[in-house]
Design a protein around this ligand. Sequence first.
Ligand SMILES: NC(=O)C1=CN([C@@H]2O[C@H](COP(=O)(O)OP(=O)(O)OC[C@H]3O[C@@H](n4cnc5c(N)ncnc54)[C@H](OP(=O)(O)O)[C@@H]3O)[C@@H](O)[C@H]2O)C=CC1
Ligand SMILES: N[C@@H](CC=O)C(=O)O
Length: 805
Amino acid sequence: MKVMKFGGSSLANFECLQQVAHLVTRSASVPALLVLSAPGGMTDTLVDLAERAQKGDDYQSQWMAFVSRSLELKQQVEAAYGEIKNWPDFKKLEQNLSGVSLLGVCPDPIRAYVISFGERISVSLMQALLGEFNPTYLEATACVVSRGGYLDAEASVSLSTERFAEEMAKLPSHIYIMPGFTASNEAGELTTLGRNGSDYSAAIAAACVKAQVCQIWTDVDGVYSADPRYITKATKIDSLSYKEAMELSYFGAKVLHPKTILPCAKAGVPCEIKNTHNPDAPGSLISDVSQADEPVKALSSLQDLAMLTVSGPGMKGKVGMAARVFSALAQDNVSIVLITQSSCEFSISFCVHQADLELALDALQNAFELEYQAGLIEPVQVKRDLAIVTLVGDNMKAHRGLAAKFFASLAQAQVNIVAIAQDSTESSISAVIDGSLCNDAVKVCHENFFTHIPSIDVFLLGCGLVGAELIKQLEKQQQWLEKRNIKLNLYGVANSRQLLLDENGIDLNNWSGVLAESQQSFELATVEKFVKANHLINPVIVDCSSSSELADQYVSFLAAGFHVVAANKKANTASQAYYQQLMDTSLKNNRKFLYETNVGAGLPVLDNLKLLFSAGDELLSFNGVLSGSLSYIFGALEDGLSLSEATLQAKKNGFTEPDPRDDLSGTDVARKLLIIARESGLKLELSNIEVESVLPQGFAEGASIDEFMAQLPSLDEAFGQRVNEARDEGKVLRYVGSIVNGHCKVGIEAVGAEHALNDIRDGENALAILSQYYQPRPFVIRGYGAGSQVTAAGVFSDILKIVSR
Ligand SMILES: NC(=O)C1=CN([C@@H]2O[C@H](COP(=O)(O)OP(=O)(O)OC[C@H]3O[C@@H](n4cnc5c(N)ncnc54)[C@H](OP(=O)(O)O)[C@@H]3O)[C@@H](O)[C@H]2O)C=CC1
Ligand SMILES: N[C@@H](CC=O)C(=O)O
């Protein structure tokens, strides 16, 4: 015999009922005991009707809707399958409700009768659908014996086994049908088994009849590695052990009722979760075997919890205190979800469902009244709106590093851990966290333990030459990213006036037109809100502007949980104090601040410096060409172009700063040199750098970029003369930065053919780093040091570092 339990979603309408009948009859070779829930949503309606009646509210419209839905189902079934027998007594139900309404009370036995009415409807409908198989109606109140109240009763396998045998023997059949959720106490009164208790009914029935399998037919394919409503990449688990299933259902997996597993486990009946709407899918099998390639089987989460901490001098070393706390709660029927105790025995903390909080506080107040008065116990501390995230897997046992990975994942999701608990069989680890961050926590943990596909959520500020090229590269590299299992989403793009946000990810081929129509501009709060609403776990702000206003906000970006990738050099060249604050905030908030393109554009300069210095090396001196645009301009001057022609050409090539004065004045090179100096451990301000400008002092001051470019030819002759003088000496001009004995200087140098920088031109950079380990010959980095392509590629590479391990 097999037990087949069908839930409300499988019985929601006439078509669903037909599908259930089809599933039952297609495997009719094995005798079956069907356990049915109420048609989807009906129990909620009945609960609501009882509530309204009790409060004296008008419940007529709900009642009419309930009756009409029931009658419609009845008519549809009768039209196709003939007369329905055992149609439940609606008159009696109505009388009960009106009695409740008149008295203003709804005693538990009446409530149990009202709320279990839907299961009776399902059973009588299904009897008609299966008419040709002559199914036997099993009265649940005759078979399932329960203890402990009318509404959340515990069914007893030992007391029910004989009842099932007797009832089934009265009218032997190949198919039996029984309403779920319903039982009776030893006095024969109707009871119910708690909300969604039909799974439990099925498990009890399976244990009593020693079924070969207990099938739970529902609307999902099985048990998933995480809640598929939130985690789209959650995968179905083929097989779980009873223990794993129990942990999962207890800690929130909705597909299973927590009480279901134990009766099956005790009786050794395998339990199968199947999808009524996808019956050929393999489902999940719960048995005493746990097959797994990975140690962690699934992740579950439970929300709406409160944590109570009982502490005080009277707790320490006092035998029986924990027992008193928990028996006080048990007496008032408060279920405890998780317990932790400090090793000094000074306090006990435990979680309860938030709905039980007041009850729990009252219970403790009553139990410890004298201790409170004597100051032996402090007022109970309460933390509300918490959640528990749990990792489950029998094979976690003796696996080192899982807890570390779990906690690191929570840190990655910016989640603070309030309390932790691990059972001694090592098959589950739980963390109590802020409830509002629960989905974020589950998402990161799932990514790290299951999919191993990290996601990076990009917000791009600045979509000029470098930013637009970056978007092109993101588009081009989609397949490459997919192959490397990285999900990179562009969720936001901004220029100085507009901000475009799209929760589905921005169309990489068609963003500029849509951005142009946006009515909002970039504000940190707007993007923060977007990140929260969409539960993004690796948000990164990529700054491809040259805005000081944005650079000044990096500390706030990092503190708000964003990683920051900057092509913009202004943050790193603001005050030394701000630079230090940036590094500290990044470390403290576990958020990366990456700026490789600040020096040498796409060349790996800063990463190499960091590697050298992290191994204890020290900078002795530095010398090099650090500007792509000036490298290009000085090379072009050598070829006979004028200063203005060469600058225009460098600008067109995308080598200059948005304002070319930043390059020609030496400021951009000074910034780069300052960054190198700071990375080498020197504490300096931009004003400490000695700068020689290509431009005369005060030249084109206050002019716009276009006006400046128009005035530049006035310098051509004088500068041409300087180039010629160098040439006469067999030399060329180069714009060089140097650090010697801690002194930083940028300026023009005339270098001969023998000089290492003589052939550094056309946009190339060359950096010579003389260090403790690299001397007398320096460590040299050379290559193109400007241009939107190499810079965007450098920014891209920084973005990917966010998920590199
Ligand atoms: N070119 C190169 O080789 C290299 C460049 N860099 C750095 O890259 C950065 C970008 O250079 P590039 O692309 O040439 O510059 P562009 O002038 O082409 O683009 C700058 C972008 O930043 C936007 N922007 C300005 N202010 C803000 C703001 N407050 N909020 C949002 N967006 C803003 C601009 O918007 P709008 O159009 O509305 O003004 C524009 O989209 C610079 O900091 C530069 O130093 C670094 C290494 C190499
Ligand atoms: N304008 C800069 C671009 C890179 O930072 C340069 O010329 O090097």
